[in-house]
Design a protein. Structure first.
Ligand SMILES: *Cc1c(COP(=O)(O)O)cnc(C)c1O
Length: 364
């Protein structure tokens, strides 16, 4: 069977070149005579894979030297708890901007740890926009401000030039699970960035944490060792067995990105893909985007509806038959969602638009 165009929100499509490289190396990695899956995480060969992945990510995101890079397990969802346990430690207060389900889930875990407060929300309109924020809304004694930079389900994002400002003593924490490496963000504007790999970076099973070094080591010693960032910083992500193969796959994706010209080049392509799709949606007689303000629109996740549930279902069914899969929207938005991460080619976006045009003509 031929490969389909996979518009899944996550786990999602990986670059074909990366999958082929992994296939090539699956039985014997280099001159080791074994698969990366069979290697000791204490071996020199794996140490090199880990170091190279870190170095390439550092280069791609221009991560300053005073940040630690970790490859952890437990998904972005575990970060929802680790963040308050490690960082809500001075005044036991933290502020959250609620822009979707993931932002809400992060907030709910912080409530268990201390005084967490939602200071802005777009829940009133099914999270279809980025709410206004200014620095006066932030509690001056908050230990941090948390945002979900790209809202996977609702298709909104804080653009790189629209990140909330915070005073120097209040770090900004960003969940970038669904848009890490999609366009350049200034890492130094964040105290910490985290991302589950399975959207835009690799397979499920590894979560990248990029944390400013001065924020590490503040947690109360009573918290579980595995949940303390210091444990993982001290042992360079190898306190326990790391997800070796998932890290290796991320490393291959980083190499692929570098070959493609890096994050800035990828951003150009992502902007071209998203604007082509949005141009079509904005002018369509049948389909409507759910995020109306162009400055709030994600480059990665594009939700749209026909306004008729049965027609939406027909679209999802027929698009699948045409080799365009996983276009069903999240149940809280309905309709459709095209996730067009780095690995989605312009050919895939063109095929989707062609199919939508055909569907529009047939269902007038
Ligand atoms: C998918 C997703 C998560 C959850 O990730 P897990 O790795 O499944 O825990 C969190 N935040 C965002 C923005 C996501 O897209």
């Amino acid at each position: 069977m031929e490969r389909v165009f996979n518009f899944a929100p996550g786990p999602s499509a990986l670059p074909e070149e990366v999958l082929k490289k992994a296939q090539e190396e699956l039985l014997c990695y280099g001159d080791t005579g074994m698969s990366v899956m069979e290697m000791s995480h204490r071996s020199a060969d794996f140490a090199e894979i880990l170091d190279q992945a870190k170095a390439d990510l550092k280069e791609l995101m221009e991560i300053p030297d005073n940040y630690d890079i970790l490859f952890l397990q437990g998904g972005a969802s575990t970060q929802f708890s680790m963040i308050p346990l490690n960082l809500m430690v001075h005044n036991h207060k933290a502020d959250y901007i609620k822009t979707g389900n993931w932002a809400k889930k992060a907030y709910e875990q912080a409530v268990k740890v201390g005084d967490a407060k939602v200071i802005a929300s777009s829940e009133d309109k099914t999270y279809s926009y980025i709410p206004d924020y200014d620095i006066s809304m932030l509690r001056p004694d908050a230990d941090y401000l948390h945002i979900c930079v790209n809202n996977t389900i609702y298709g909104t994002r804080f653009a790189p030039d629209r990140l909330p400002e915070t005073p120097d003593n209040i770090p900004l924490i960003g969940d970038m699970s669904s848009n890490i490496l999609s366009e350049p963000y200034d890492v130094s504007k964040f105290g910490m960035i985290y991302a589950g790999a399975q959207k835009n970076m690799g397979p499920a099973g590894v979560t990248v944490v990029i944390i400013r070094h001065d924020l590490v080591g503040q947690a109360d010693p009573s918290i579980p060792t595995m949940l303390d960032y210091k444990t993982h910083v001290d042992k360079d992500s190898c306190f326990n067995t790391p997800p070796c193969f998932a890290i290796y796959m991320c490393g291959l994706v980083y190499k692929w990105l570098k070959e493609k010209g890096g994050v800035a080049a990828m951003a150009e392509l992502n902007k071209a893909k998203a604007s082509k799709l949005y141009d079509f949606l904005d002018n369509s007689a049948l389909f409507k985007p759910t995020v109306l303000n162009p400055i709030d629109r994600s480059l990665m996740n594009v939700p749209f509806v026909t306004g008729d549930k049965d027609l939406d279902a027909k679209f999802v069914k027929e698009s699948k038959e045409a080799g365009l899969v996983n276009l069903k929207g999240h149940r809280t938005v309905g309709g459709m969602r095209a996730s067009i991460y780095n690995a989605m080619t312009m050919d895939g976006v063109d095929a989707l638009i062609d199919f939508m045009k055909k569907f529009e003509t047939e269902n007038k």
